[in-house]
Write a protein that binds this ligand. Structure first.
Ligand code: ADP
Ligand code: ZN
Ligand code: ZN
Length: 734
C-alpha cells in the first residue's frame, strides 16, 4: 500500500510579489482525499486565505508544534496538469505562482461562487389515485407529470413538495442545473460535413494522423482567406473525439467570431462548451464544470480557454494565430499561443495554428530545417512546426484584386475611386465593408483662437470626441468628460474637430449614399453583451448595406455577398513606433481583403494610403504572404528582433515625479544579460496619472534573461528607496 501523504504543500493565492509558497500544512484524516489541485482554505498568519495544493509529501521541515491544518477543502479543484502549467507560466513570464494559479481556477473561485444547486422534483412511480390530496398538491403533481422540474417552478413551492415527498409521491434531489449560454447566430451552419477539397484532404491527413497516433506534433495551417481552415479544425476535432480525447479551439475574440462557434456547435452538439468573457460568472462556472466532469469534451473560447479543464487533451487549435489578442495584458502577461504549445507538448496533444497571415515567428519555425525552407534561424520550438498549405479558396474563386489609392493629393475622407465603387455597390444593392481603425467622431479638438488641445488630465494623450454621447473620452484610461461648447482657456466658441473616426464616417457615408444602410462595428457599438453579434447578424440579414468599423470588421467573417472591401488610412498602423507595425499592416489589409469576393459576384478591395510605396502594402496588394514574410524576417534578423531574439520589457510607474525613472535606472544598473542588449531607461507617456519609464532587454538566451530580469526587478522592488514605484515585466511584449 502506498504511504498516505500527510503534508499538503499549499500556494496561498495572494497577490504580493514578495510572498511565495508553497507552505506546508498537516492533513487530518478527514482531508485524506486532498490531491494536487485541491483548493483549501488555510490559516495564514492571522488571516484565512484560499490556496492551491501544488504537492503532497510525507515529511516536512516545519516543527510539529507549528504545523497547522487547513480549515476547509472546497468541492471543486483544478486538474493537476493545470497546476503544473501555471507553475511553468509563473517562471516563463516573470510572475508569481499565485498569480499564475489564479488564471487556472474555476471561474468565480474566491468570489464566494459555488455551484448553483437547485432543488429538483420528480414523480415517483407511486400511485396517487386513491389518496386524498389538497388542490395545491394535485396542481404540483399535474405540473410534474411532464417531467422533472426545479422546485421553484412547481406550483405550491417547497412546502407542498415536502409534503408530497413525505407521502412517497415525489422525489426531491439536488441537481446542478447548468446555465447554458445562448449565442447570437450569424451565418448558416450545416451540421453535416461537406466533402473535403483535394487541398483540404491533403492538409488534414497528417493532422488527423498525428491526432490518431497521439503524437504531439505542431502544424502551421497557412491557408488563404476562405480556404476552408475551419473545416480542418472540425475534422481534426472529430478525430480527437473518436480517439476518446478532448480538444481546445482558441479564437481571437469570441464575440466577433460567432460563426466558428456556431459551426462547432452544429457539428458536435452539447459536447461543445463555450468559455466567453461576456458570459455571466455563473454561466462560465457551469461551462467549466461541464468540461471538468467530462460532460463536454470540446472547448471553444478566447485566449483564457487555453486553461480549460479538458482531460485527455488530444488537440489544441489556435485560429487566426496572428491576432494580438492572444497576448494577455495582466500579470502574468502570458501569450496563449506559447502556453498552448507548452500545454499540447505536456499533454501529448497535436497543435494546429491557422492563419492566412502567419506571424514571422511561426513561419520561421515552420520553414526551418526539415521543412525545406529558410535555414539558420534559431530553434524556436520543439518539435518545430510543419507547414500545411491551402493555397486557394474552397470554391476556386480568385482572391479579390487589391488596388492601392494614393491619398496624398486627395481632400476628404474618400478617394474618388472609392466613392465611385461604393456608389456602384449601392446602385447594385450589394454589400461593402469599410475599415477605419479609429473610433469616435474626431481624433482631437483644438481651440481656433488660443490653440488649446483637449487632453486627458491623467494621460499624455488627446481626448477623442464621441458626438452621440456628447463626451470626450480618453481611449487609454477611460476618463470621460463633457464635450466642450467653448474653450475653457480663452472662452472662444470656435472649436476645431480634427480627423475622422468610425462614428463620423458612419454619419458621412449615411449622408453621401442615400438609401444605403450603414452598420457600425467598433468598441462603442459592440459594448454590452451580444452587441457585436447583433451588428454582424443585422448586416448579414440585410439585403444591402455597408459595414463600417475598426479592425473588428476584418475578423474571420464569412459573408458571401460582400463585393467591396475598403481600407481608409491603411498606413495608420505604420505610424506607431513598433517593430510589429509592418506585420500588423500586412495582416490587416490581407484580412480585410479576405472578407470580400467570397461569393459568385466576385469583389474588389481598395486601400487608401498616404504611403503607397510601403512594402507591406505592396505585398498585401499582391497577396504575397511568402514574399512579405521573407522580407520581414530579413529585417527582423538585421535588427535583432523576434524571432531572432527575445524581448523582455520592464515598465516602472509611479505617481511621484521622478520615481519611475529612478527605479528603471536601478533595474538597468542591476541587469547583466550575457549576449544580449539592454535598451533604456526610456520615458513613456504618462498613463493614469503615473509617470512611466521602461527598460527593454533583447535576449539570445531567453531563460537566462528572464531569470536575470526577475532577480533585478525583485531586488529593486524590495529596496525601500524605490517603494513609490510599481513594476511590471512583459516577456514577449506586443
Ligand atoms: P477560412 O477560415 O480559411 O477563411 P472558412 O473556413 O470560413 O475559410 O471557409 C470558407 C467557406 O467555405 C465557408 O462558408 C465554409 O463553410 C465553406 N467550405 C469549407 N470547406 C468546404 C468544402 N470542403 N466544401 C464546400 N464548402 C466548404
Ligand atoms: Zn482657446
Ligand atoms: Zn487617460
Amino acid at each position: 500500500m502506498a504511504p498516505i501523504a500527510e503534508i499538503a504543500q499549499v500556494e496561498p493565492l495572494t497577490t504580493a510579489r514578495s510572498l511565495r509558497g508553497p507552505f506546508d500544512y498537516r492533513l487530518p484524516a478527514a482531508l485524506a482525499g486532498v490531491e494536487v489541485g485541491s483548493l483549501l482554505v488555510v490559516p495564514f498568519g492571522r488571516r484565512r486565505v484560499l490556496g492551491v495544493v501544488t504537492g503532497l509529501a510525507e515529511t516536512t521541515d516545519v516543527p510539529p508544534e507549528r504545523l497547522v491544518a487547513p480549515l476547509e477543502a472546497l468541492s471543486s479543484g483544478v486538474p493537476a496538469d493545470l497546476v503544473r502549467l501555471a507553475e511553468w507560466m509563473a517562471a516563463e513570464y516573470c510572475s508569481t505562482p499565485a498569480r499564475a494559479l489564479s488564471l487556472v481556477l474555476p471561474p468565480g473561485t474566491g468570489a464566494g461562487m459555488r455551484e448553483k444547486r437547485a432543488l429538483v422534483a420528480e414523480l415517483t412511480e407511486a400511485d396517487s389515485s386513491g389518496l386524498r390530496l389538497g388542490s395545491r398538491q394535485r396542481a404540483a403533481l399535474a405540473a410534474l407529470s411532464g417531467g422533472p422540474l426545479a422546485a421553484a417552478e412547481v406550483p405550491g413551492g417547497h412546502g407542498t413538495l415536502r409534503r408530497l415527498e413525505a407521502r412517497g409521491l415525489v422525489r426531491l434531489g439536488n441537481e446542478v442545473r447548468g446555465r447554458r449560454p445562448v449565442h447570437v447566430r450569424v451565418g448558416s451552419a450545416p451540421a453535416s460535413a461537406p466533402p473535403l477539397t483535394a487541398d483540404q484532404a491533403a492538409a488534414l491527413e497528417p493532422v488527423a494522423g498525428a491526432v490518431r497516433a497521439g503524437r504531439a506534433e505542431r502544424f502551421l495551417l497557412h491557408g488563404v482567406t476562405g480556404s476552408g481552415k475551419t473545416e480542418i479544425y472540425l475534422r481534426a476535432t472529430e478525430a480527437a473525439l473518436e480517439r476518446g480525447r478532448g480538444a481546445i479551439v482558441l479564437v481571437p475574440e469570441i464575440a466577433l467570431t460567432p460563426q466558428i462557434v456556431a459551426r462547432f456547435e452544429a457539428r458536435f452538439g452539447p459536447t461543445v462548451a463555450v468559455l466567453h468573457s461576456n458570459l455571466g460568472e455563473g454561466e462560465r462556472h457551469d461551462e467549466w464544470l461541464r468540461l471538468r466532469r467530462g460532460e463536454a469534451r470540446v472547448c471553444v473560447g478566447p485566449r483564457s480557454a487555453v486553461f480549460a479543464p479538458v482531460a485527455d487533451l488530444g488537440l489544441i487549435v489556435v485560429d487566426e494565430e496572428h491576432e494580438p489578442s492572444y497576448k494577455h495584458e495582466g500579470d502574468p502577461r502570458y501569450d496563449a499561443r506559447r502556453v498552448a504549445q507548452r500545454r499540447a507538448a505536456d499533454a501529448g496533444a497535436v497543435l494546429v495554428a491557422g492563419s492566412a497571415t502567419p506571424r514571422p515567428e511561426t513561419a520561421l519555425d515552420a520553414a526551418g530545417p526539415g521543412n525545406g525552407g529558410i535555414e539558420g534561424g534559431p530553434e524556436v520550438g520543439d518539435p518545430p512546426f510543419r507547414r500545411l498549405r491551402l493555397p486557394e479558396r474552397v470554391d476556386g474563386r480568385p482572391l479579390p484584386p487589391v488596388e492601392l489609392l494614393d491619398m496624398r493629393e486627395v481632400r476628404g475622407a474618400l478617394h474618388p475611386r472609392a466613392h465611385a465603387a461604393l456608389e456602384g455597390v449601392r446602385r447594385d444593392g450589394g454589400k461593402a465593408i469599410v475599415l477605419l481603425n479609429r473610433r469616435g467622431w474626431s481624433n482631437f479638438l483644438s481651440c481656433r483662437s488660443c490653440g488649446r488641445v483637449w487632453e486627458c488630465p491623467d494621460c499624455d494623450v488627446a481626448l477623442v470626441l464621441h458626438r452621440a454621447q456628447g463626451t470626450m473620452d480618453c481611449h487609454h484610461c477611460g476618463h470621460r468628460e463633457r464635450a466642450p461648447a467653448s474653450c475653457d482657456a480663452c472662452g472662444s466658441t470656435s472649436v476645431a474637430r480634427h480627423g475622422v473616426g468610425t462614428e463620423r464616417l458612419e454619419a458621412e457615408l449615411g449622408a453621401a449614399f442615400e438609401g444605403f444602410p450603414v452598420f457600425r462595428l467598433d468598441a462603442d457599438a459592440a459594448a454590452g453583451k451580444g452587441a457585436a453579434g447583433g451588428v454582424l447578424a443585422a448586416f448579414e440579414a440585410a439585403s444591402a448595406g455597408v459595414l463600417v468599423g475598426t479592425q473588428m470588421v476584418a475578423k474571420g467573417h464569412d459573408f458571401p455577398d460582400v463585393t467591396l472591401g475598403l481600407v481608409l488610412d491603411a498606413d495608420a498602423t505604420l505610424r506607431f513606433p513598433d517593430f510589429r507595425a509592418e506585420e500588423r499592416t500586412f495582416a490587416l489589409v490581407t484580412q480585410l481583403a479576405g472578407r470580400a469576393g467570397r461569393g459568385p459576384r466576385g469583389g474588389v478591395v481598395l486601400v487608401q494610403t498616404l504611403a503607397p510605396d510601403t512594402p507591406a502594402l505592396i505585398r498585401a496588394a499582391r497577396h504575397d504572404a511568402d514574399g512579405f514574410l521573407a522580407e520581414e524576417l530579413a529585417r527582423r534578423e538585421a535588427l535583432s528582433y523576434p524571432p531572432f531574439a527575445d524581448l523582455i520589457r520592464v515598465v516602472c510607474a509611479s505617481a511621484e515625479p521622478g520615481a519611475a525613472g529612478r527605479a528603471a535606472a536601478a533595474v538597468r544598473a542591476r541587469l547583466d544579460v550575457p549576449g544580449g542588449a539592454i535598451l533604456g531607461p526610456a520615458p513613456l507617456f504618462r498613463l493614469r496619472g503615473r509617470e512611466r519609464a521602461q527598460v527593454v532587454v533583447k535576449a539570445r538566451d531567453r531563460a537566462g534573461a528572464v531569470r536575470a530580469v526577475g532577480a533585478a526587478v525583485d531586488a529593486v522592488a524590495a529596496d525601500r528607496a524605490h517603494r513609490a514605484a510599481a513594476f511590471s515585466v512583459d516577456v514577449d511584449p506586443q
